[in-house]
Design a protein around this ligand. Structure first.
Ligand code: NAP
Length: 278
């Protein structure tokens, strides 16, 4: 069965709209601040999508476009200003940012209560010890998808391919917190095919087009494709060979229309959560 991330995300957004209406009735207008440094074209598309989603839900959106030559000090001053503003509930620093800037220091500086991307070490630590905090949006979207499709996680063998701080590690942590038995593969993993073949749930997040092939997948496995790659023909392609795996998997996500839309819906979820806790 193909998991329709686009439809699920639309359903979630429409529920969240009700939450925003309730907050507004109580005098709270949820607001997201997005900082973007330089003019990365892909980032501009992502930020536009986030702004559209905010608009649709009634969440206020303020964009801070900074010149690529901004200094680290200026960036930190801006983050502090946003941390101190009572009308802003969520702060997001769009990555990538230019190399001369220290993104870790910037993420660390965002107040963990406004850290709707879940990249502040306090939120990373909360996820690690199973405490409530902000979980980054893509991993949260993956788990939400599994839950909404009533896919059992507990006791299942889950294999995550990729160990980045923004996807692979937090998604592994989320699966572990849901009582899966989790194996994390990366570029130094040996016999990756044999490991993936054991999986009941595969999460591919490595950024290599069609890396996961039919011979790596167990019959009936659940296959979640986080990858977004640009194919030779310019079209978007995932990390999974969808066409050849679709009939073998019990559930599979397409690219586009799978995990991507869930990521934006989870950002909205996190902004509303921040506003409720303010
Ligand atoms: P990343 O930071 O480049 O990390 C890639 C990970 O994959 C690394 O841990 C790397 O291992 C591992 N890897 C690379 N080649 C491998 C191989 N041949 N075999 C096994 N592991 C390998 O990427 P990311 O930011 O996590 O993103 C991953 C993909 O998800 C990208 O396509 C990205 O565009 C997409 N993405 C999608 C969304 C969404 O909303 N759908 C959100 C974020 C990212 P090492 O650690 O050993 O280098």
């Amino acid at each position: 069965m193909v998991i329709d991330g686009k439809a699920l995300a639309a359903e979630i957004r429409s529920k969240l709209k009700g939450d925003v209406e309730t907050l507004r009735k109580n005098g709270i207008i949820p607001k997201l601040a997005v900082i973007m440094v330089g003019d990365n074209k892909a980032s501009q598309v992502y930020v536009r999508n986030k702004s559209k989603a905010c608009n649709e839900l009634g969440i206020e959106f303020e964009e801070f476009l900074k010149d690529e030559n901004i200094s680290q000090e200026e960036l930190i001053i801006l983050i502090d200003e946003l941390n101190n503003r009572n009308d802003i509930h969520g702060i997001l620093l769009q990555s990538p940012i230019p190399d001369h800037l220290d993104i870790r220091e910037a993420f660390n500086r965002i107040d963990y209560k406004k850290d709707v991307d879940g990249f502040n070490p306090i939120n990373v630590g909360k996820l690690a010890i199973g405490e409530d905090g902000f979980v980054s949006c893509t991993p949260l979207g993956v788990i939400k998808m599994l839950e909404e499709y009533n896919i059992d996680i507990e006791g299942k063998n889950a294999v995550v391919i990729g160990r980045s701080n923004i996807v692979g590690k937090p998604v592994s942590q989320c699966l572990l917190n849901k009582n899966a038995t989790v194996t994390v593969c990366h570029s130094k993993t040996r016999n990756i095919k044999d490991i993936v073949k054991q999986a009941d749930i595969v999460v591919a997040a490595l950024g290599k087009p069609k890396f996961v092939t039919e011979d790596m997948i167990k019959d009936g496995a659940v296959v979640i494709d986080v990858g977004i790659n640009r194919g030779e023909d310019g079209k978007l392609v995932g990390d999974v060979d969808f066409e050849n795996i679709e009939s073998k998997a019990s559930y599979i996500t397409p690219v586009p229309g799978g995990v991507g839309p869930m990521t934006v819906a989870m950002l909205m979820n996190n902004v509303i959560k921040a506003a409720k806790q303010f």
